[in-house]
Design a protein around this ligand. Structure first.
Ligand code: ZN
Length: 270
């Protein structure tokens, strides 16, 4: 079986937000009558990217949020609901790549799980590099297809003017790296399966599964779901693959899990 050489999980600080955005769950984000007047909890919404090194090139999976989030997100109002306000200068993606000694020109592919503002936020960094930008065909068609500047959490400023190579169906993109269709959160949301020689299979779910509590079982949806039926089907598809491969799951925005992972720039998985 073809495998990957190294995977680095790159932590990029956190947004903060009302938990209800991530998890619609009685007793957690939805209050019972004993706490009628209590505000819903605000939680950390950490953001990460992943660098995958293979014999056939380096992949960056997702690009996190931009440094200029407060101005860029202004037209959408998202900066009031998901402020990227738990991030230090050394946690922005460009700082992290510097710390890892990875130049932008060394990255062969930038694969976006989907084109939401907190995943495609630094895609423009790769505009004049050798990197090929990749997303799902349906995601590109949606993201470029609506009128106006933004639609929900898709913000054209993040990706307009960029050329995307698209994929469709579950795709072994490079040896040991499979892109999995996991729609529901968005029309073209993907997860990434990576097969490593020592660590075995890892699955990066992005927003197909926000956090461990979303995964369950039973699966628990979030406030931002484009198609609920597809969301549930995608979670169960990932669970089937996990059971078959004994994969380590890495969720999109899990504030507890992120601190338990081996994190770049020091840590990695082989
Ligand atoms: Zn998203």
């Amino acid at each position: 079986m073809a495998t990957v050489n190294k995977v680095s999980v790159i932590p990029c600080g956190a947004m903060t937000a009302d938990l209800t955005w991530l998890l619609i769950k009685p007793g957690r984000s939805i209050n019972d009558r004993t706490s009628k007047n209590s505000p819903a909890p605000w939680v950390d919404v950490p953001s990460h990217c992943v660098l995958v090194e293979t014999d056939e090139g380096k992949i960056l999976w997702d690009t996190s949020c931009p440094r200029d989030w407060e101005e860029r997100w202004q037209p959408t109002g998202l900066q009031e609901f998901f402020p990227y306000d738990k991030v230090s200068d050394d946690e922005y993606l460009d700082s992290r790549l510097n710390q890892m000694g990875v130049g932008l020109d060394e990255i062969d592919y930038v694969i976006l799980s989907h084109l939401h503002f907190d995943h495609a936020g630094n895609a423009q960094m790769f505009k004049n590099t050798n990197a090929k930008l990749v997303c799902h065909e349906k995601e590109r068609d949606f993201a470029f297809g609506f009128g106006g500047l933004f639609n929900g959490a898709h913000l054209k400023t993040d990706y307009e003017g960029l050329d995307f190579q698209t994929v469709s169906g579950d795709t072994e993109f490079l040896p040991g790296v499979t892109l999995l269709e996991t729609p529901g959160h968005t029309v073209g949301c993907m997860s990434m399966q990576v097969d490593l020689p020592d660590s075995g299979t890892m699955i990066f779910t992005s927003d197909a599964v926000y956090m461990g509590e979303s995964y369950g079982p039973p699966a628990t949806p979030a406030a931002i779901v484009n198609n609920l039926e597809q969301f549930y089907a995608s979670v169960e598809k990932l669970r089937d693959i996990q059971e078959r491969t004994d994969a380590t799951m890495v969720f999109g925005h899990d504030a507890e899990q992120i601190h338990k992972l081996r994190l770049a720039p020091e840590g990695s998985y082989t």
